[in-house]
Design a binder for this molecule. Sequence first.
Ligand code: DNO
Length: 347
Amino acid sequence: MKMTFRWYGEKDSIPLQYIKQIPDMSGVVTAVYDTLAGEAWSENSVRRLKSLCTSAGLEMEVIESVPVHEDIKAGGCKRYYYIENYCKNIRLLSQYGVKCICYNFMPVFDWVRTNLKTKNADGSTSLSYDHRNILKLNPGSLSLPGWDESYTKEQLKGLMEMYKNISREKLFENLVYFLKKIIPVCEECGINMAVHPDDPPWDIFGLPRIVSTEKDLDWLFSAVPSKRNGLTFCTGSLGAGMFNDLSHMAEKYSRQGRVHFAHLRNIRYIGESSFSETAHPTNCGSLDMYGIVKALVDNGFDGYVRPDHGRNIWGEKGKPGYGLFDRALGAVYLNGLFEAAEKKKLK
Ligand code: DNO
């Protein structure tokens, strides 16, 4: 297992040196942010990112994300062009030592929360999602850290219209079409694709979501059997659905060699389809973090891990979910869980 930390490139307020100071940190998970979603990345940008990481003593083996253009998701007429660019990006990244690419296939919107600053009793703040408030949000003015918006606000309306004609089945077909084109390139380049589950794992704003449940994942892996077609096991995303049994899924998909990357964070259920993000430890939320880590380790998981959204603590003014302090605490806690699970396995 390699512990990593998400870094938003040179514009991130967190210096690479601080990330390096987190004990046992192997590298960063990053991306090129100077290019529109769907376009080919420039070699200069990738080279620069890599050299910044290397100078800080950090690896750059995971990219999150290479965004998937809406034309690919919707099966639009320019998808050939965007898939071609995607393949170019895979090839380029492999030349710079990248081993894993995280992406998502959520139409239009990436992860969604209804409140970015929910106050906790201890004075910290967390991201939260209350399903009753979702209809009050204006999709046109939403934006969260890390969203790979491949559209302008003006195009948003058109996109929402276009998706009215796209069923779950069609979306799934488009995902399989995309994977069948790019996986051979991944095989050639030694890159694993790790789809990020829908967050939260249900349809939003009337848009279908198809990477939410065990059934969805089973379909996906049987449609494209190559082991290069894998998963980002995101506990906070899958776990937001009470219907997902995370220890079982961690066991099953790591045994199948599908888990290339894990986002490990905890949430607390505040209703059937509502939750608040918490500190990482099991005792702070509703998910059994040790049970999940143990299931991964016992079943041969040997991929990348990163702590996921943290609370904002100690007065830090970071990007919501992506400050330094709570994520660093999360990394240290997760390293402890892995050490315990790995030693137990050897006994
Ligand atoms: C949210 C992140 C997501 C993730 C993308 C992957 O915090 O986990 O934005 O990076 O869905 O494409």
